[in-house]
Design a protein around this ligand. Structure first.
Ligand code: MLT
Length: 404
């Protein structure tokens, strides 16, 4: 009899956002008269920028003519998009990368998980606590996380770095050495940002201890504070220890289009092998690249019109997030984030657990958020709301929460 990958059986429950969706659906079925407002999963609500739509329309027409039709894309991505990425996302911060160091993908989540293919099954990972759940969940599949301890809400082989109010939601350096260190800044879920000096400490630690940093900068577009780095490569030595993961989902509204990229510098080497070469091989084996039409849409994000339009979208979401944070504070809540980030992280009132507060909010305010404990044990007693709703829904949700 064939066997399955039994690591899948180790998960204690469904993926966090599926649990949230299931609860929401059950409530909606039981109360069809209520209008539920979702500020839960970080999914965008504004339509694609007009510049992106025009570029995709033109690309579709090219695909419909014999002379301009294209078959398989280059697996690591089209040069036209890579050039725009290098000029738009790195050069303004004094960072030089080569096109060969950029790998276009169908969004951050997939390749964050796929990276596990090129790392040893014995590697020990460290994550922020709380953290975006995909880092740990995708490593469970490879057997890298050990066993789940339901009492602690932790995996036995994962190193957790607490991010709490006392440290400004930026972790201390690990007390035990991990092999792979996942950092996401601006942070999901806490909305905290990291300063250049703080990030440099992690880079120095990784260089000294032979760790790989996987730096998830999916929310880079939301940065406004001058001391917050836009890329890990602003830190000295980062090209020797860090992979950076980017996404068009939140910064250009591509959650439904799927586009992102990874930077894997040539300097990154382990066991005498370049990670860039290893990843290229993995891609050749498992991928045929990202659709031409989507990559043309991504290219348009970097045009002057695309820039202006997507920046306006980000400003809209940031206005929502700031309104949530400030409104909650006025109502007596402790609320964090929402400055360099679309996320607001609040303390649950009255000592309620995160899931208790989730239920209360759903039942009494008909608002869906995300329980902090779903992001890790240090998220207990916290709750996440997103700025990705419409302005009208955000204002109404806030009113409903305030009148609780
Ligand atoms: C979130 O809500 O944390 C994100 O939307 C999840 C994701 O980006 O996959």
């Amino acid at each position: 009899m064939y066997r399955i990958n039994a690591n899948f059986l180790k998960y204690p429950g469904a993926y966090l956002f599926l649990q949230v969706a299931k609860k929401r659906e059950a409530f909606a079925a039981a109360h069809p008269d209520r209008r539920i407002i979702s500020l839960g999963v970080g999914d965008v609500t504004l339509p694609l920028a007009p510049a992106v739509v025009s570029a995709m329309e033109a690309a579709v027409r090219e695909m419909g003519r014999r002379e301009t039709f294209r078959g398989y894309p280059p697996t690591p991505g089209y040069p036209f998009l890579k050039e725009k990425i290098l000029a738009g996302d790195f050069a303004p911060y004094g960072v030089h990368l080569e096109p060969e160091e950029i790998f276009i993908n169908d969004g951050a989540k997939g390749d964050l998980g796929n990276l596990g293919d090129i790392l040893s099954g014995d590697d020990v990972i460290a994550v922020c606590n709380p953290t975006y759940p995909a880092y740990v969940d995708s490593n469970v599949v490879y057997g890298r996380c050990g066993e789940y301890d339901a009492g602690k809400g932790q995996w036995s082989r994962v190193i957790y770095l607490p991010c709490v109010k006392e440290n400004g939601f930026v972790p201390e350096l690990p007390a035990e050495r991990p092999d792979v260190l996942y950092l996401c800044f601006p942070n999901n879920p806490t909305g905290a940002a990291i300063t250049r000096a703080q990030l440099q400490r992690f880079v120095d630690y990784a260089l000294e201890n032979g760790c790989l940093i996987v730096y998830d900068a999916a929310y880079e577009g939301f940065i406004e504070s001058p001391d917050v780095p836009h890329t890990v490569y602003e830190c000295a030595g980062a090209k020797r220890c860090a992979i950076e993961v980017r996404s068009f989902s939140k910064t250009a509204g591509f959650t439904g289009c799927r586009l992102g990229y990874m930077a894997i510098p040539m300097e990154l080497e382990a066991d005498g092998v370049k990670l860039n070469a290893l990843w290229r091989q993995r891609l050749a084996v498992k991928s045929n690249g990202v659709p031409y039409v989507i990559q043309r849409g991504g290219e348009a994000v970097y045009s002057p019109e695309g820039r202006a339009q997507t920046r306006a979208q980000i400003a809209y979401y940031k206005k929502n997030a700031a309104a949530i944070r400030d409104g909650l504070r006025q109502a007596g809540y402790e609320a964090f984030g929402g400055t360099d980030s679309p996320y607001v992280w609040l303390r649950t009132p009255g000592g309620r657990s995160a899931w208790e507060f989730f239920d209360l909010l759903l039942e009494r305010a008909n608002v869906v958020g995300t329980p902090g404990s779903g992001f890790g044990p240090s998220g207990e007693g916290y709750f996440r709301l997103t700025g990705f709703g419409t302005w009208e829904d955000t204002a109404e949700a806030l009113d409903r929460i305030r009148s609780l």
